[in-house]
Design a protein. Structure first.
Length: 287
């Protein structure tokens, strides 16, 4: 995918901001010189050449940005298409038929069938999320393309250079969305075909079900997982997803019944404590 599919209005917006690039860079250079002039000790010269050098680098980045964008888009599409072959409906259904043919009348087969139903049901229900992911991908890609001249011009000032870094980090994140979604979707449906329920692996059946639900949540929360990967906080994201599953379990009829029982017990104990305090106060008054 390249940027030729964009509407003419989107391209015009990009060129409009690009036409202000030189003015923005010049303003930033003047502002940077003025600010550094008031901050520097007496006898020193403002860092004019440094700002000019950064402005030249920003100009090169702006000129090469469309090619960088097209290269990243092509690389992402090729990688996502290669991984996406694992999520082909024909492959998924053929593997499903092979697994069903291996079932026998045993407890392991019963557990395998439960996991198979959960995995494939969540996979087919969440498959529509690929279209949502593509739509969000195109939206973010378009916005980054339109506002890229402003974000690249910010590289002129060291204090604003984080905006340019954020531009390329956002591009990397958006590219990884499609790749990670394809990987998680393949893990989701293939998880039911594994041998996790065999006794020799010593994995609890409930643990296997929760792992399947975590994979399903991961497909929906792909952007959050990508950011966690890049920031090195994947364990924190896993903890948050575990909390979401526990919260969802609390909304089920069983969870609501357990919560209502706990609240009822707490209310009764509080009433008893209040009554005991009242009787003690009455005894003290009579004495």
């Amino acid at each position: 995918m390249d940027m030729h599919w964009l509407a003419n209005e989107a391209k015009q917006l990009h060129f409009l901001f690009a036409s202000f690039f030189n003015s923005m860079v010049l303003t930033m250079i003047v502002g940077g010189v003025v600010v550094s002039f008031f901050k520097m000790p007496l006898g020193q010269v403002p860092e004019f050449l440094t700002l000019v050098g950064r402005a030249i680098i920003a100009s090169f980045i702006l000129a090469a940005f469309p090619e960088i964008l097209n290269f990243m888009a092509d690389l992402t599409d090729n990688l996502a298409a290669t991984i996406g072959n694992l999520n082909n409906f024909k492959l998924v259904l053929s593997r499903l038929g092979e697994k069903i043919g291996q079932f026998t009348w045993s407890w392991v087969s019963v557990k395998d069938s439960v996991l198979l139903i959960i995995s494939y049901l969540t996979f087919f229900l969440l498959y529509v999320s690929v279209y949502v992911a593509d739509a969000v991908y195109l939206l973010v890609w378009t916005l980054l393309y339109i506002f890229s001249p402003i974000l690249i011009a910010a590289f002129t000032l060291p204090s604003l250079a984080s905006a340019t870094k954020g531009l390329f980090m956002s591009l990397v994140e958006v590219c990884l969305w499609k790749v990670l979604w394809s990987c998680l979707a393949a893990l989701l449906w293939s998880f039911a075909l594994s041998e996790i329920n065999k006794p020799e692996y010593d994995v609890d059946f409930l643990t296997a079900i929760l792992l399947n639900l975590l994979l399903a949540f991961s497909v929906l929360l792909t952007p959050m997982l990508v950011r966690s990967f890049l920031s090195g906080k994947l364990t924190q994201a896993a903890q948050n997803m575990g909390g979401m599953i526990l919260g969802a379990a609390a909304l089920t009829p069983t969870g609501m019944l357990a919560n209502s029982k706990a609240l009822g017990v707490a209310a009764v104990s509080k009433m008893k404590s209040n009554q005991s305090e009242q009787t003690e106060n009455e005894v003290k008054r009579t004495t």
